[in-house]
Design a protein around this ligand. Structure first.
Ligand SMILES: [Zn+2]
Length: 283
């Protein structure tokens, strides 16, 4: 059912959605909030953690943040990490027209290329707002723009692509095809649990996350974990969100670093783009 990935050694991937503390989807921000950004400090915490464990990750970068802090991408790339695209404005893909989506991709790619000398080959949509159901047109644009993979289709009940595959697969478009590499979820008889990042990564017992990664490895599949800089910045500012969204965004925030360190000692990781480039071409 899934394209066979010939993985002799199992490598997994840590991915960072590089955005500032106030980039929370669906929240109207007060004007001027950009001036109080903490992304440089928070990213410094992640870079130090990865360096201590000699791990290279993938950073899905928001173009507007890269433009605001021109030294940031240079620092990340200089540490050997992959720079991929998280769009420009953090608007959901479902809210964008075809032209607007293309413009978001182009602006971000141009900033990334200008600052690092490399074009991004990976994309992740804000809040998993890409799916074959709601935005089927977007995959063609991504593939035609030179992207090798997307990592947005998390198969969860309320976001992403609820009934989509849990493992990497090829998405066919009318033109060139593209690999889809969803973040991990933990399958249960009822629903998939969001153990790959965010509140689920901080909330569910670590043993469940470790067992899930081992299951992916047993199938020769990469386990993709995601984290945000604000999750490694426990003293950082917080938006005044409702109870549920507040918990989803900030709850148990201090445990992300401990959990990542435990995973670093058990599993091996490399940038997602490096893993995808070892697979058969999608087209
Ligand atoms: Zn985001």
């Amino acid at each position: 059912m899934f394209p066979l990935l010939s993985t002799v050694e199992s490598f997994h991937s840590i991915t960072v959605d590089l955005e500032d503390w106030y980039h929370v989807c669906g929240v109207k921000l007060p004007s001027g909030i950009e001036a109080g950004g903490r992304v440089v400090e928070a990213t410094g915490n992640i870079l130090a953690l990865l360096r201590r464990h000699n791990i290279c990750a993938t950073f899905f970068v928001l173009g507007s943040v890269a433009a605001q802090y021109p030294e940031l991408l240079y620092k990340i790339a200089d540490n050997g990490h992959e720079i991929a695209s998280h769009g420009w404005s953090h608007r959901l893909v479902t809210e964008l027209s075809h032209d607007e989506f293309m413009e978001e991709l182009e602006r971000t790619a141009s900033v990334i290329e200008g600052q690092t000398g490399c074009k991004p080959v990976g994309f992740r949509a804000p809040r998993w707002s890409l799916s074959r159901l709601n935005t089927p047109w977007a995959f063609k644009i991504l593939a035609e723009s030179g992207y090798l993979y997307d990592s947005s289709l998390t198969p969860l009940p309320a976001i992403g692509e609820p009934n989509g595959p849990r493992y990497p697969h090829i998405i066919e478009t009318e033109a060139v095809n593209i690999w889809e590499v969803p973040p991990i979820v933990t399958k249960t008889p009822f629903i998939n649990l969001p153990t790959g990042g965010g509140w689920g990564f901080r909330f569910f017992p670590l043993s469940i996350i470790q067992a899930t990664i081992r299951r992916y490895a047993d199938r020769g599949q990469p386990a993709v974990i995601f984290v945000h800089p604000r999750e490694l910045d426990p003293e950082g500012p917080r938006l005044n969100l409702g109870v549920f969204q507040g918990f989803a965004t900030y709850g148990s925030r201090t445990s992300s670093e401990d959990r990542l360190q435990r995973l670093f000692s058990e599993f091996r990781f490399k940038p997602l783009g490096e893993i995808v480039k070892t697979w058969q071409p999608a087209s």
